[in-house]
Ligand binder design. Structure first.
Ligand SMILES: [Zn+2]
Length: 184
């Protein structure tokens, strides 16, 4: 089962494509126009997309625009889908009722994917300042063994903002809680 998870935005959206056992195959931001095309061609069996639900709180034009896009994405996808409540995903990752839910979600996912060094990685080696060598004779750096990085870039390397983490969390939640229901 290959799942596409989307955290939609009013102009740009975050998409991940995941296989069982947290195998992250694709992760990227796309303009909404471009995502419409991607959803028609990406090779997957199910779509999980975050949508708004009544919360008894004021909404914004951005949120309403985002909902229109979510509808267009579902039409472009034209296959089985799950409408995802953000609260459920947050709760699944212990990010409900905390002051910084996006931060907790991110930390929780990084833990799930092996910790900072494995999941994000790619940190420049401080010993050689990322060069991989030291001194006049360019001796290979003994700390990073010439790689220039302390750890290799992981699956979350270079992820900026919170929306990719949010899309990844949707995918993990879906496999943890919904995949069996879909298969039966
Ligand atoms: Zn080094």
């Amino acid at each position: 089962m290959r799942l596409i998870a989307v955290d939609p935005g009013d102009t740009v959206s975050a998409l991940v494509l995941m296989e069982p056992n947290d195998r992250l195959m694709v992760s990227r931001y796309e303009s909404n126009e471009s995502l419409l095309d991607s959803l028609r061609v990406l090779d997957a069996e199910h779509l999980a997309i975050e949508t708004l639900h009544v919360r008894g709180q004021p909404t914004s034009q951005n949120e309403l625009d985002t909902q229109l896009w979510a509808g267009r994405f579902i039409c472009a996808w034209d296959g089985p889908f799950t409408l995802v409540r953000r609260e459920r995903v947050k709760g699944h990752f212990g990010a409900s009722g905390v002051s910084n839910p996006d931060g907790v979600l991110r930390e929780s996912l990084i833990g799930r994917f092996g910790g900072e060094a494995v999941a994000v990685g790619g940190k420049r080696c401080r010993h050689c300042n990322g060069k991989g060598w030291r001194g006049r004779d360019h001796h290979p750096c003994e700390l990073c063994k010439g790689a220039g990085v302390q750890s290799h870039p992981g699956v979350f390397y270079g992820w900026s903002g919170t929306d990719l983490f949010s899309a990844c969390a949707i995918a993990c939640w879906w496999f943890d809680t919904q995949a069996k229901r879909e298969a039966s």
